[in-house]
Unconditional design. Structure first.
Length: 132
């Protein structure tokens, strides 16, 4: 059983985008290795999430697929996202993510984004495996 808190498992200060950013910006981040982009407003409040898979789906299903600079992040992001408070236990975070069927959750402290956590990292910690 993992005895440390969620704070040791979080990817802090993730790359973020604004709702008004374009899909072109997101695709550049994904090409650099980023897998998930929290979408935040000016107050650093999470308003959505875009994954590399979601961006691929958006490109293939959009009439402007050949012009990603014309597609707004707000048009292709997931609006229903899983948020978890930083003081949540890893096991509770895992249970919440499984209940809503997501692989990545935004981690908040005082209502503001501080990081993201993946179900793979949580599973490894809960099962006692070392995650890197």
């Amino acid at each position: 059983m993992y005895r440390n808190g969620l704070s040791t498992l979080v990817c802090y200060n993730p790359v973020t985008v604004s709702p008004s950013s374009t899909l072109e910006v997101a695709l550049a981040h994904f090409r650099s290795g980023v897998r998930h982009l929290p979408v935040v407003d000016a107050a650093n409040q999470v308003v959505g999430l875009l994954s590399s898979d979601g961006a691929d789906d958006a490109v293939s299903g959009n009439s402007h697929a050949d012009k990603p600079w014309l597609v707004s992040i707000s048009d292709v992001m997931e609006n229903e996202i899983c948020t978890i408070n930083l003081d949540t236990s890893p096991h509770d975070a895992w249970d919440r993510m499984r209940a809503v069927g997501v692989n990545t959750a935004a981690v908040l402290e005082d209502g503001r984004l501080v990081g993201i956590v993946s179900s793979d990292v949580l599973a490894g910690a809960i099962d006692g495996r070392r995650c890197g």
